[in-house]
Ligand binder design. Structure first.
Ligand code: SIN
Ligand code: CO
Length: 394
């Protein structure tokens, strides 16, 4: 069964396949009226309110009017912090708004032609006239959707390899930015940028709100370092090199083949099992950032309550701190990865993996045919009671 792709995700008249082939990780793309009806679900005041909450990652960047040029302030802020701001030349940025505001999370459903694990978060910015974070590069793909007001973009067209950064600033600003293209985007317009393409977006009115759908791409160094760290923990700390079969050496200075083979085998055994590597990757890539943990509901849900709610049409949704992914195996089993844990699903539970992953909202309808399946209901209840799924309030 192929996942269904919305007919018009955000790409204008391009199909996802065309977009991926021509632009993804290669070239910038502007899509006018990508989401013609999109209007910021948040007001600037509501965004500022989020930036005052504990546990919400927010920043203010003041190009002018701060303690020094390009001053960077970190949240959480107090509401008074917003009273003293200059009229122009500043930007408020709030990360992970998709996890805080369901209407913003729903934006991610426009990007389901991409693997969910690659999606990082939706950052929302508000800027009055001239507000900008300066010319810069990001290491990740990003879709910048204009939610309100207008922003003038100047962009490069090729990825930058060795960038010069203006020294001694709070923020990383390109020292010698030169634009290849310039345009103004309004509500519903979208700019896609591949990693490391220089860009400089400046608000041209006092209502500028930009929604950045950002992606993640683990560094090879982090992948390997984390894999080795996990592998080390599996090794018996008392196990050592041993050679009970040693025979007299031809030269005491040589590293003999028998020795080298023993060490090669030890190292190769760490990576020879594809299934074990895949399982490690599933657990690694679904670990929540910043050591956060899913918050279980105050009152655990019973199987009967869940079934009743789903029968009544109430759906489920991904918990705010949940990363879910799956691998299906040839024998009909599946592994569900949930916040760094691997859950083995026997064939009778395996269909649940497709139902609960890769989406923000899980409507009741596709779950209903499985409500007689106790194994699936048990799994759903466990996920809800672990805070990985929630009953959708709406
Ligand atoms: C912004 O929303 O102000 C900046 C987004 C970006 O340039 O990456
Ligand atoms: Co950027």
């Amino acid at each position: 069964m192929q996942p269904t792709t919305p007919t018009s995700p955000v790409l204008g008249d391009r199909s996802p396949a065309e977009f991926l082939d021509t632009y993804w990780q290669k070239h910038p793309l502007v899509v006018r009226d990508a989401l013609p009806d999109f209007r910021s679900p948040l007001s600037p005041q509501e965004l500022a309110g989020l930036a005052c909450e504990d546990g919400v990652d927010s920043r203010l960047i003041l190009e002018e009017g701060g303690a020094h040029p390009w001053e960077l302030r970190h949240g959480p802020f107090a509401s008074e912090d917003f009273l003293d701001l200059p009229e122009t030349h500043w930007t408020l940025l709030v990360q992970e708004v998709d996890r805080l505001i369901p209407e913003v999370g729903a934006l991610l459903d426009r990007f389901r032609f991409l693997p969910a694990w690659r999606l990082d978060d939706v950052m929302v910015s508000y800027a009055p006239t001239h507000g900008t974070v300066g010319p810069h590069i990001d290491n990740y793909d990003v879709f910048l959707l204009q939610g309100a007001g207008h922003r003038r973009w100047q962009i490069g067209t090729e990825p930058v390899t060795n960038e010069a950064i203006v020294p001694d600033l709070d923020v990383r600003i390109l020292a010698d930015f030169e634009a290849d293209e310039e345009f103004v985007l309004g509500p519903g317009d979208l700019l896609y940028l591949p990693p490391r393409v220089a860009h400089y977006g400046v608000a041209t009115d006092d209502a500028c709100m930009t929604y950045s759908v950002g992606f993640r791409a683990p560094r090879h160094q982090d992948l390997v370092a984390n894999f080795l760290q996990d592998a080390i923990e599996e090794i018996d700390p008392d196990a050592r090199y041993s050679d009970p079969d040693l025979t007299p050496v031809t030269h005491p200075g040589a590293l003999h083949e028998q020795t080298r083979a023993r060490v090669r085998t030890l190292l190769r055994d760490l990576v020879h099992d594809d299934a074990a590597l895949d399982r490690w990757f599933g657990t690694y890539i679904t670990r929540p950032d910043r050591d956060r943990a899913a918050v279980p509901p105050e009152t655990p849900l019973s199987a009967a309550e869940l079934v009743e709610a789903l029968r009544a049409g109430q759906g489920l949704r991904r918990g705010p701190v949940a990363r879910l992914a799956f691998i299906e195996h040839d024998d009909g089993t599946a592994t569900l990865f949930a916040n760094g844990n691997a859950i083995d699903l026997s064939p009778d539970r395996a269909p649940a993996a497709r139902l609960v992953t890769g989406r923000e909202q899980i409507p009741a309808e596709p779950l209903r045919p499985h409500l007689e399946n106790e194994a699936i209901v048990d799994l759903l209840v466990t996920l809800v009671n672990d805070g990985l799924l929630e009953l959708d309030a709406r």
